[in-house]
Design a protein around this ligand. Structure first.
Ligand SMILES: Nc1nc2c(c(=O)[nH]1)N[C@H]1C(S)=C(S)[C@@H](COP(=O)(O)O)O[C@H]1N2
Ligand SMILES: [Mo]
Length: 450
């Protein structure tokens, strides 16, 4: 906690430099003396690690080996063992991150059959079907084409799905938003590839198939490929990580995680969708109307979450709190983020960190004076198309049966002790209804969701 210091303390601090605590300023001279006498380089390096005065010892050497993070900063992903005892999911802890780029080693992971080890020298991509010239491309071929790079998010369709059923007070942001990450992606526009093979006029869809044991296959409209689809080989300044699809990943900006096929093996151009498992039995949204489902629900609707303060954290006391979070939309740029600190009664505009770009994380910040009372904090975003993030109840009314694409407003409760817990700011709609929303359909508000 910040405290006021005397002029004497300031003078000592300025003269001696280093990370002195008050006690060491008064009595620590002997420790520094003993370290300086140590002599050998390893002793010096050791001294640097433990010294209170880093300005008086040699620091660690430059090196060609990556050293990772400060020993005091060790953020971790949370691993979930989904099926058959094999870890298949790891979640990003948004509360530990700053800025908008997710460090690659903290990018969430979702593998349906593990991570294949692919030799880039033997890598081949086949493009065939409704094309003039079926072709096979090596990695070097792909790198030879004109390059583009953009920051874009990848978010699993199942991210935040716990909110459909309702989460407990103990939930943290690792439970609410683990499957969202944002990277700078580098690669070839799909449009270039389609020209190279001469995609035919009647082509409407293409199949993307992978090299992993899941042989992941998804149908993608050609229009998305021409619009902003990419074959990526770069991520955050280096090659795409094995976990993210090394050496080549299909990236369809703003679209649900699953369709961003990793370890890409084959593209088949067609005049119709292929109706694969991942777009029929999976990743469709059964609706509360009998027998209906939404299929090919590609785009992520606008969504935001407060990352700090969030579940499990403690606000350090009455007074200034900067409410911070992330907002994104699969349709374009974030236009506005509003924050409420009184459970949705009143809202104020958050400031957006520039640059605000399309289909990527936008960081928002909102200054707040916490009076020490119980408070429910919320964020609500609007994207450039005018779409407004719905409340949880609005979303449940139209998507009550789904497990996917949750983008409702999320709430945290600050307790008078300062401890933050997960909460809902509306009456629990589902719990109040005996027959799971049946018959409610005509009451559905028009919030542009279906
Ligand atoms: N080849 C292949 N591609 C895949 C998957 C997979 O298991 N195999 N998982 C998909 C799912 S469900 C998601 S959410 C994202 C996860 O991407 P990430 O692991 O890079 O975060 O990749 C998608 N692409
Ligand atoms: Mo996913």
């Amino acid at each position: 906690m910040a405290r006021q210091v005397s002029q004497q303390e300031i003078d000592t601090f300025v003269r001696r430099r280093g990370l002195f605590t008050r006690r060491q300023v008064l009595g620590g001279a002997a420790v520094v003396g003993a370290m300086a006498l140590g002599g050998a380089l390893d002793r010096l390096v050791l001294a640097q690690q433990v010294s209170e005065d880093t300005t008086r010892v040699q620091g660690g050497p430059a090196s060609d080996v990556s050293k990772g993070r400060s020993q005091f900063e060790q953020p971790k992903r949370t691993v979930t063992t989904a099926y058959a005892g094999i870890p298949q999911i790891s979640g990003t802890d948004q509360s530990q991150l700053v800025g908008v780029i997710t460090p690659s080693d903290l990018h969430f992971e979702r593998h349906h059959a593990g991570i294949p080890d692919i030799d880039p020298r033997r890598y081949k991509l086949l493009v065939h079907g409704l094309v003039e010239r079926p072709m096979v491309f090596t990695l070097d071929d792909l790198k030879h084409f004109p390059q583009e790079s953009f920051p874009h998010f990848v978010e699993c369709s199942g991210d935040s799905s716990g909110h459909y059923r309702g989460l407990l007070e103990t939930a943290t942001i690792v439970d609410t938003n683990p499957l969202y990450s944002n990277s700078e992606w580098v690669g070839v526009p799909l449009e270039i590839l389609f020209r190279e093979v001469g995609a035919k006029k009647e082509a409407r869809w293409f199949l993307a198939e992978s090299y992993d044991g899941a042989a992941m296959t998804r149908s993608v409209p050609m229009s998305k490929g021409y619009d902003d689809g990419m074959l990526t080989y770069g991520q955050n300044g280096e090659a795409v990580r094995p976990e993210q699809g090394y050496p080549v990943r299909l990236l369809l900006p703003g679209w649900e995680g699953n369709i961003n096929v990793k370890w890409l093996r084959r593209i088949e151009v067609s005049d119709r969708p292929f109706m694969t498992r991942e777009e029929t039995s999976k990743y469709t949204d059964p609706l509360p109307r009998e027998g209906k489902a939404r299929q090919f629900t590609f785009e992520w609707d606008a969504k935001s979450v407060i990352t700090q303060p969030s579940g499990g954290m403690t606000v350090r006391g009455k007074g200034f709190v900067e409410v911070r979070g992330l907002a994104w939309s699969g349709r374009g740029k974030i236009a506005r983020v509003e924050v409420s600190t009184d459970g949705g009664k009143t809202w104020g505009l958050a400031s957006l960190a520039e640059p605000v770009l399309s289909k990527t994380s936008t960081r928002f910040r909102y200054p707040w004076f916490w009076e020490g009372q119980e408070a429910i904090i919320l964020s609500r975003c609007t994207d450039e198309t005018g779409y407004i993030q719905p409340t949880r109840n609005q979303l449940l009314l139209v998507r009550g049966e789904s497990n996917y694409h949750y983008n409702g407003i999320q709430a945290w409760k600050i307790q008078p002790s300062g401890t933050v817990v997960q909460t809902y700011h509306e009456p629990p709609l589902q719990a109040a209804l005996p027959t799971h929303l049946a018959g409610l359909w005509p009451l559905t508000p028009d919030c542009g969701l279906v």
